[in-house]
Design a protein around this ligand. Structure first.
Ligand SMILES: Nc1ccn([C@@H]2O[C@H](COP(=O)(O)OP(=O)(O)OP(=O)(O)O)[C@@H](O)[C@H]2O)c(=O)n1
Ligand SMILES: C[C@](O)(CO)[C@H](O)COP(=O)(O)O
Length: 237
């Protein structure tokens, strides 16, 4: 008799403890009004609207003074964790450690940038379906469609062209079992070398699946990104 495989629960974990330096706004970009509401609320609402997601955790800095006005304490299906760290990786790792005993090792964690307001329940379902029970996990990503240059020098000079064959731009959510993600981030050599969760998993020798996402799921990083995000939000799914 084969051991019965327990069905994993799916949790969302939103790192939202950044300062938004590249946005150069008056405050952290995750609280800028985009599409009529604070940016991070869009992703929170996408996870809350998904019947596949058990609970959503939003991770802010301990000194954050804005989250309570965006996510009321009685908001169903959401918990705020005040354990943000110096880097995105630190924020995620701190949150995973807070969730020890709350989630099971085989439960799946979807790490999603609070700065990606264009996520939809359909994209969440596409990631979950695409990864299936692949132990390496996976992430939403987009194939590179432009020609890629590698610049050198202080004044960028297009020194070489990089083949775009097989190149993808990583998005989020990036989804892994709780056990794997905690182990990967906990053993990563340098928080500054890790800009996404999948790279820590790759360092363990695993190859997370790439599931095609959507341009609407862009990361709002620079001021020009806000207009693009608002265009997609206005267009709906
Ligand atoms: N120490 C950090 C840094 C980033 N993030 C979160 O990680 C996501 C992606 O990071 P990024 O787009 O780089 O946001 P910022 O770090 O705020 O932007 P910048 O690098 O321009 O300061 C964001 O939701 C951000 O809030 C985080 O939780 N903790
Ligand atoms: C996780 C990520 O969004 C994947 O593209 C990206 O690495 C985050 O980078 P950032 O510099 O923290 O925005």
């Amino acid at each position: 008799m084969t051991a019965s495989k327990t069905t994993p629960r799916y949790f969302a974990l939103l790192p939202a403890a950044g300062v938004g330096a590249r946005m150069a706004a008056d405050g952290p970009k995750q609280y800028l009004t985009v599409g009529g509401k604070p940016m991070l609320r869009h992703a929170v609402d996408a996870f809350r609207a998904s019947d596949l997601v058990a609970h959503t955790y939003v991770v802010v800095s301990a000194a954050d003074g804005q989250i309570d006005g965006v996510l009321p304490a009685d908001l169903d299906g959401v918990t705020v964790l005040r354990c943000g760290g110096a880097t995105r990786m630190d924020t995620v790792l701190n949150a995973l450690r807070e969730l020890q005993g709350v989630v099971a090792g085989g439960d799946m964690i979807m790490v999603h940038d609070a700065a990606r307001p264009g996520l939809t329940p359909a994209l969440i379902a596409k990631l979950i379906d695409g990864v299936g029970d692949d132990a390496a996990g996976g992430l939403l990503a987009l194939p590179v469609v432009d020609t890629v240059k590698r610049a050198t020098g202080v004044v960028p000079v297009a020194a070489t062209t990089v083949s775009r064959n097989g190149l993808w731009l990583a998005q989020t959510p990036q989804m892994f079992s709780y056990e794997l993600l905690l182990r990967a981030l906990g053993s990563a050599p340098d928080a500054n070398a890790i800009t996404d969760d999948a790279s820590a998993v790759e360092m363990l020798g695993l190859s997370p699946r790439l599931i095609e996402g959507h341009p609407r799921n862009l990361k709002v990083t620079l001021p020009a990104d806000i207009r693009i995000a608002e265009m997609y939000l206005a267009a709906g799914e």
